[in-house]
Design a protein around this ligand. Sequence first.
Ligand SMILES: [Zn+2]
Length: 483
Amino acid sequence: MTDRTNEYEAIIGLETHIQLNTVTKVFCTCKADSWNEPPNINICPVCSGLPGVLPVLNQAVVEKAVLLAAAMHAEIQPVSYFDRKNYFYPDLPKGYQISQYDMPLATGGYLDLPMPEGYQRHVRIAKLHIEEDAGKTKNENGRRLIDFNRCGVPLVEMVTEPDLRSADEAAQYLIRLRQLLRWLDVSDADMEKAHLRCDANVSIRLKGTNVLNPKTEIKNVNSIVAVREAIQTEIERQIREVTSGREIQAWTLEWDEDQGVLRKMRSKETEADYRYFHEPDLLPLRIEPDWMQSILASLPELPLERRGRFVEQYEIPEYDADILTNERSLSDYFEAAVQAYASDPKRVSNWLMNDVLRMINERGLTAGKMQLKAQYLAEIIKMVDAGSINISTGKSLLEKVEDSGRPPANIVQEQGLARVSDEEAIRKVSEEVLAENPEQVAAYQGGKTTLIGWFVGQVMKKSRGKADPQLARTLLEKLLDNQ
Ligand SMILES: [Zn+2]
């Protein structure tokens, strides 16, 4: 059988649930974040749905959701409604979830994905709304355990149009969305902690056609790597089915990460099953112009815009700009360091991307939390440029400043790290090295001149890295030739 994989393209839409990082839940004052806490302690009559209680909308939830909607270029509605989504499930004590349905907070919008291959994918957003989370069900030793801590935790649900064309694009969407959520500080966006959850709708069609074929929905995938794998697996399965003359059924599938396979869950519920109606206990959500303005005042320059500006303004490669805008405080740090350094931005970028970023990652920090302030980094680079310390001292200073939080110049002075370019001092060390190694001297003078590197190494070692290696080499050659 010939491989017909290339005749098909995938049509993918993603539905994401984003846990907002507010302090309290969406309709009560219970603590929202229960990660690593015992079950059923951050609950109250409101979020556990006791009769007679009334929800009160958390202002911070609306503000974070509006900020996100604006960053997604969505149209924020001046009036939206909360609705009850009715269904019965043990981890939903109220018997309904408060969500938004036909008049959501925002509609439209998009996210542009610059793909590593060089093209850009434009992903439209169909709708964006606020809702509350349900509890968590866990099966353990044949018993079903329910944790209500998560009931009432604020979520934004965001649904894309079916604009993604491959598993890689779907993964890239999540990478860029996660970057944006952290950039805006609206969510911690940690998929492993379910702050960012993703369901994928997948179908295929012959390239060049624009029909929409039956799709399957993949649920419960909890890492970006797994999303990519699950979607790729499903695309391949659908192509196999269709090319063997079978039809695709609208299944809901669950990704089994250990086995790397998709399992069928249940046939899909239709929306009518939820019997939506406006939530009678909450007023319509009105976002007056003044409020809107004050929220949008804190909308920062977005990551992709900043990336573009870095390339233009600092004339650094796109590769650098992409890494430096990966995280907001890193991009702030870069700009502050460039300003303090007041010279070639690419040089700052090199230091940051190589040694500083490695240190940040090793220590599990963010740039904004470092003791090695941007000003200090600039000072270190300047000292290296001026030749007052050598490059390896400069690099070791990064750690020393980070450990102590003290200005690099002070450390250099106290620890005597300034480079020894004093000819007399280096000559003295060189003479010592030669005196201590008569065999190598004899070998060198017998013609094995490649030993010069070894002698330089000994001088560097003896001077604890402070000697100017160029000068040491010249002096050593002179001494050896004259002996
Ligand atoms: Zn509560």
